[in-house]
Design a protein around this ligand. Structure first.
Ligand SMILES: NC(=O)c1ccc[n+]([C@@H]2O[C@H](COP(=O)([O-])OP(=O)(O)OC[C@H]3O[C@@H](n4cnc5c(N)ncnc54)[C@H](OP(=O)(O)O)[C@@H]3O)[C@@H](O)[C@H]2O)c1
Length: 230
């Protein structure tokens, strides 16, 4: 019997919400659900006593928030960096604050959270799963107007490779999943009318299973998770 503490960011809706529901369906898991919308998470997970929902904003100072949330949590087995911020604008209209927010939420915030949790992840089988996009996968077809989003997610991919190399003799495995289109609010807001052939629940089943079981087989890998071309 393995009791795991699992942290999922971006847990209020979409793929993150479904991933929390899936992981918490095993009562041996304790899931720390993080996002800005605490009320929504408390509604989503009201029926699950093993979900601990906490307000967490990747666009605010990370350390004080992490110290508050994890003050009584000494061990974390799995971290799923799922939260994401997508801004869709032509390059010429993107502002420096647009780029800064994209980098902060999609890259710098997750990196600081990883740095904070590293000492708590000195457990056998620890696994960090970073959620990126096919738009950040080298050689894939690109959507226009996603430069700030895709380039900030690309940084997360590269970080994964270098972190894994630097920590290859340690406990923590780290991988990066580059997701194809999933029918979530993020997709619908960015591409109204586009219909993806994968539901958030279906993608969550892949992400959850990968996070739980694939650490021994992958490290430092950037993996496309897409059933369509591109
Ligand atoms: N859907 C797709 O087609 C697709 C494709 C490729 C990759 N992805 C990636 O998959 C992940 C999940 O996407 P999704 O489609 O499920 O998106 P979503 O429905 O928009 O959910 C995004 C989640 O991120 C959280 N979030 C956003 N800004 C945040 C911030 N500043 N601080 C903390 N949390 C924040 C949101 O929660 P709050 O608003 O409550 O903070 C929400 O729970 C993202 O990383 C996305 O880039 C999605």
């Amino acid at each position: 019997m393995i009791n795991r503490t699992i942290v999922v960011t971006g847990a209020s809706r979409g793929i993150g919400k479904e991933t929390v529901l899936l992981l918490a369906s095993d009562s041996k898991n304790t899931v720390i659900a993080l996002s800005r919308d605490l009320d929504l998470m408390q509604q989503n997970f009201a029926h699950l006593s093993n979900v601990n929902s906490q307000r967490f904003d990747l666009n605010e100072e990370i350390l004080p928030q992490a110290e508050r949330i994890f003050s009584t949590i000494s061990e974390v087995s799995i971290l799923i960096n799922n939260a994401g911020y997508l801004i869709k604008k032509p390059f010429k209209e993107l502002t420096q604050p647009d780029f800064q927010k994209s980098l902060q939420v999609n890259f710098l915030g997750p990196v600081e959270l990883i740095q904070f949790l590293t000492s708590r992840m000195a457990v056998k089988g620890a696994h960090v799963v970073n959620i990126s996009t096919m738009g950040a996968f080298q050689g894939s077809s690109k959507f226009p107007e996603l430069i700030a989003y895709a380039s900030s997610k690309t940084a997360l991919c590269n970080f994964t490779e270098v972190f894994a190399e630097e920590n290859k003799d340690g406990n923590i495995r780290m991988n990066c999943l580059c997701l194809g289109a999933v029918q979530t609010e993020m997709l619908a807001e960015a591409f109204p009318g586009y219909l993806a052939n994968t539901t958030p629940k279906e993608m969550a089943s892949f992400v959850g299973d990968f996070a739980l079981n694939m650490g021994p087989f992958f490290n430092g890998k950037i993996i496309p998770v897409s059933n369509s071309t591109p």
